[in-house]
Each structure stands twice: as C-alpha cells, then as structure tokens.
Design a protein around this ligand. Structure first.
Ligand code: PLP
Length: 242
C-alpha cells in the first residue's frame, strides 16, 4: 500500500481486486457472482482498517481473537445505522468466551462440539436474532487443528439444529495449505460432499465457508458461498506472538 494514499481509496482498491478474483472464479465455475460473499478477516489489524473497508462498502467482518474483536467492535459502534456491520467469529472457542461471543456476534464459523454450541444457545440474548452457526470440520485429520471429525458431523448437526437460539447454516473448513490447485480442489470437494450429505439428510443448510487468500479460486470452484479473506485485503500480518 502507498503510505500517502487515502485509506478509504486503498480499501476500495483492495476490495475491487479481491472482488475481481471472486467474479472470475464464479464465471469460470459457471456460478452467479452473487453466490459468493466476501468475509473480511481483520485479525491483527486495527479498527481504522475495518472502518476504511466499511466506508468502501464492506459489511461482513471476521475475527479470531475475542478481546481484539470486542475492542474493534466498540471502535466501529460509531458508524451510522445504515452501515451496520455483521461480525463473524472464526477462531477457536474456549468455554469462558462463549457469553461475549453469543452477545456480540452475528455468526460463529468455528463450532466443533455440542458443549460449546449449547452454551452459545443458552447465552444468546432473547432480543437478538438466532446466532448463525457453521460447524467447523477437520478435513485433513490433522491433530493440531480444531474442527470435528467428518464422522461426528451428523450428530453435531442434529444437536445444533435442535438448539433454540442457534440457526445451523452450514460448514466451515480450513484445509492444510497446498500450492497446487488440484490438491486444493480435492480438499474443498471433500467438504462440499459432507455438506451435501447433510443436506440430503434433511438439514436446511445454505453456507459453505471455505477459501482464503491463497486458495479462494479452488474453493469457489467447489461451491464456497463465503470466502474468508485476510491477507489479500489487509496485507501481510505480523508473525504470531506466541
Ligand atoms: C486468518 C484466517 C483467514 C484469512 O486468511 P488469509 O490467508 O490471510 O486470507 C481465514 N479464516 C480463518 C479461520 C483465519 O484464521
């Protein structure tokens, strides 16, 4: 980014670039452009960057770390009501964080066990819409990653669908990084298959949350309806401080 550029102009430019990638991927896949929505993942970036993207028209924002997210939400609360933002929690969830997530987010993409879902449902305020939920599935069976095992999905989906303050929307996955498009597509196709099995089993799902900066084209080709994009919108993140 040019350091002298107006932040809103810079945000508009990066949104256009990512929007172009999504549009081309949709055209390539024979899908309508509005079948895929863009979730801007702002972890590690300050509220000013979120505000600039909001001024450029972006409405859906994803965050991984609760405390950081709440501070950003407070900073963004000054926006006019016609630019109301939708907040998506996409990071690992500890049970002592569920209340704030249930109160302050519109979506949670990273539900991988019934215990957490039950707390979110119990803690979702009555006055709010039901919380939209994606189940995170561990598609590569890596020990280090969060997400439930594919064979656990039907039972978890049934449990979540029965919870009164939650609305089960679909699946989320973070496949292992791969540099080849064929391997990327194979992993996303496996997620789509699980999604289609659940739909065939009677769950009214409408969301496949998959694809990030490096692999959004493969995800769109395999049916993603939400792509979660950080780096391609915000730039490189500083290394993780852990
Ligand atoms: C960081 C993150 C993203 C965005 O990743 P990029 O490669 O920067 O686009 C998407 N989803 C989740 C769950 C993330 O943690």
């Amino acid at each position: 980014m040019n350091g002298h550029e107006n932040p809103v102009a810079a945000a508009r430019r990066s949104l256009e670039a990512v929007g172009r990638r999504i549009r081309l991927a949709c055209e390539e896949a024979g899908r309508p452009v509005d079948a895929v929505s863009l979730l801007a993942v702002g972890k590690t970036f300050p509220a000013e960057r979120v505000l600039a993207l909001a001024a450029a028209g972006q409405r859906d924002f994803g965050e991984n770390y609760l405390q950081e997210a709440l501070e950003k939400q407070d900073r963004c609360a000054t926006l006019a009501s016609d630019t109301r933002l939708a907040w998506h929690f996409i990071g690992p969830i500890q049970s002592n964080k569920t209340r704030a997530i249930a109160e302050r987010f519109d979506w949670v993409h990273s539900v991988d066990r019934a215990r957490i879902a039950r707390r979110l449902s119990e803690q979702r305020p009555e006055a709010a819409e039901p919380l939209s939920i994606c189940l995170q599935v561990n598609i590569d069976d890596e020990d280090s990653k969060s997400g439930c095992a594919p064979q656990e999905l039907p039972a978890l989906a049934a449990a979540v669908a029965a919870m009164p303050r939650l609305r089960l929307r679909g699946l989320m996955a973070i496949p292992a990084p791969r540099s080849d498009a064929t391997g990327q597509r194979r992993a996303f196709a496996a997620v789509r298959e699980l999604y289609e099995q659940l739909r065939a089993g009677g769950f009214a799902l409408d969301t496949l949350s998959m694809g990030m900066s490096a692999d959004l084209e493969a995800a769109v080709a395999e049916g993603a309806t939400i792509v979660r994009i950080g780096t391609a919108l915000f730039g490189d993140r500083p290394p993780k401080p852990d």
